[in-house]
Design a protein around this ligand. Structure first.
Ligand SMILES: [Zn+2]
Length: 84
């Protein structure tokens, strides 16, 4: 066995995994920004109101509830509610 080759394959796989995580995070972040819509629910114009922190397996999310329809959404980052 060539130990150096193993090491190279190992590092390459680690890089691929990191890259995938970054891509997933970017997609999630983009999704968050679209959903947040500057603090308003796109469907009915209700305000996103902060509810609580939600701990998932690998990260913490922040739950918000729509003031109009009561829909609950979770975001990766804490976001400041819109002031009226
Ligand atoms: Zn709504």
């Amino acid at each position: 066995m060539d130990d150096h080759l193993d090491l190279k394959i190992g590092s390459a796989m680690v890089l691929v995994v990191i890259l995938l995580l970054v891509i997933v995070h970017m997609l999630e972040y983009h999704h968050d920004t679209t959903t947040w819509n500057n603090g308003y629910h796109t469907s009915d114009g209700g305000k996103w109101e902060y509810q609580q922190m939600v701990g998932h397996r690998y990260s913490t999310y922040y739950a918000y509830k729509c003031s109009e329809c009561g829909k609950i959404v979770e975001f990766l980052d804490y976001r400041q509610e819109v002031e009226e």
